[in-house]
Design a binder for this molecule. Structure first.
Ligand code: 5CA
Length: 440
């Protein structure tokens, strides 16, 4: 992509309404535009990051055996009357009437709808287990939408729903998601710690929130310090290996980690003082096991192996896809701007031509841009005729992991500069060596 053609409305000034760094940087980097309180339009750069996050989430869900579907945003109120949540959900639910005066709503979550779909088709234990997920916009009329996309009213969520015949198998479904989440966040370069959590309006008896530690987080959390240093990447996992999956979950639940609502002061104080972490955190995912809370009232039953009728056991598993865009910036930035982890960066390499119009600079930059593109590195080429200083500041702000800086002075001695955005480390290399360095 050529910067001269790109719709990337960066701002020099910090917008006054943005209270936290990720919101400020998202506005300054022209990633989103607020259209109403807590509702955002995604501009090209923001959209590219959102799609990269979504794709990582999708790949890890698929790898764990979940299957993607797409349910509508608008739901009939009747479904929610059956589960009893139509009234319980209160003012957070956006209620709508259609032209026939029927009660509809903009879905805040999809337990009821997926249970109804499952019930319509699945009649036998032979068709179990199943885990269906979608990545779809949700609406919750939050009292205090704030911090940009972190607490929006309209937001993109991945929500998965598991259906099983008995407790051991539904517990395995829960464990699989637990492990898939560790892998998902690790791929994005995030350390997300699973913590015991309250189940709120979703319900159930077993639940973990995946929390990234950040001072600006909305949750108060408590955990054992060793979790902060745990390696999240781990070995490749066989999701059908029940004991193997369970072992990973046990390792990640062996030490104390809880959110405010589940905090047990006595248990926490048993940890040696120097190992106690009290911190703020951002909830990027939340998993629930709630048994028959929805399958019972909605009548999701199958014939069991002995001909008996069994109400299926369920869990649901959410990831805040749009929240992650902000969460990633909170976790990775400096005074100059965003620092994208490679896996979610909107473009792979920024090519900065310091002197547009100079024959040699144009030629070398254009050539690097073309070759990086051919190599699949998704380059962004700053070919605008502007001050070098402001182009460099702009490139730092948008935070691509690598920059190649092409200027007349360097080219005189046959070199360009390759800069690592995270470390600030710069290397002078011939254009060819730079290309090799960036495509290796
Ligand atoms: N049905 C369940 C799991 S599928 C559910 O809705 N869980 S949730 O309420 O915990 O939401 C799942 C994830 O969505 C959260 O972990 C959080 O990352 C994200 N999320 C929730 N509310 C918001 C919001 N207002 N703005 C942005 N992201 C949100």
């Amino acid at each position: 992509m050529r910067r001269s053609q790109l719709f990337l409305p960066t701002l020099k000034e910090t917008p006054a309404e943005a209270q936290i760094v990720s919101h400020r940087l998202m506005m300054r980097a022209g990633m989103v535009r607020q259209t109403s309180a807590g509702i955002y339009a995604w501009l090209p750069m923001g959209f590219r990051v959102l799609k990269k996050i979504e794709q990582i989430v999708r790949e890890e869900q698929d790898r764990s055996g979940a299957q993607e579907v797409l349910m509508p945003t608008i739901q009939p109120a009747d479904l929610w009357r059956q589960s009893g949540r139509y009234d319980d959900y209160g003012k957070e639910m956006l209620r709508i009437k259609d032209r026939h005066d029927r009660d509809m709503l903009f879905g805040p979550t999809n337990e009821e709808m997926i249970t109804e779909i499952f019930k319509a088709y699945v009649k036998s234990y032979r068709d179990l287990p199943k885990n269906l997920y979608h990545i779809q916009w949700k609406f919750r009329d939050e009292v205090r939408p704030r911090f940009g996309v972190m607490r929006g009213r309209e937001f993109l969520m991945k929500d998965a729903y598991s259906f099983d015949l008995d407790y051991p198998s539904s517990r395995h479904a829960y464990n699989k998601m637990f492990v898939a989440y560790l892998k998902t966040f690790a791929r994005m370069g995030l350390k997300a710690i699973p913590m015991q959590a309250d189940t709120g309006p979703i319900g159930g008896d077993l639940s973990h929130e995946f929390i990234i530690l950040a001072d600006t987080g909305e949750s108060q959390v408590f955990c054992h310090k060793d979790y902060v240093d745990f390696d999240v990447s781990g070995q490749p996992i066989d999701f059908d290996d029940v004991a193997g999956v369970q072992k990973v979950v046990e390792r990640w639940t062996s030490l104390y980690a809880a959110t405010d609502e589940k905090h047990d002061t006595a248990a926490f104080e048993k940890i040696p003082a120097e190992k106690r972490v009290t911190a703020r955190g951002i909830e990027v995912g939340h998993i629930f096991h709630f048994g028959t809370k929805y399958s019972e009232p909605l009548g999701a039953k199958v014939t069991g192996p002995n001909g008996d009728i069994v109400t299926v056991l369920m869990g649901s598993y959410g990831i805040g896809v749009s929240r992650l865009v902000g969460g990633l910036i909170e976790a990775s930035h400096d005074e100059a701007g965003i620092i994208w982890p490679e896996a979610v960066s909107p473009w792979g390499v920024g090519v900065v031509n310091l002197k547009v119009g100079d024959g040699e600079c144009d030629k070398v930059s254009g050539d690097l841009y073309a070759k990086l593109g051919n190599a699949g590195r998704e380059p962004l080429y700053d070919d605008r005729d502007e001050r070098a200083g402001s182009k460099l500041a702009d490139m730092d702000l948008i935070g691509l992991p690598w920059q190649v800086i092409v200027g007349p002075r360097g080219l005189k001695s046959g070199v360009v500069e390759v800069k690592n955005r995270r470390t600030g480390e710069k290397q002078e290399l011939s254009p060819e060596a730079a290309l090799n360095r960036l495509t290796a």
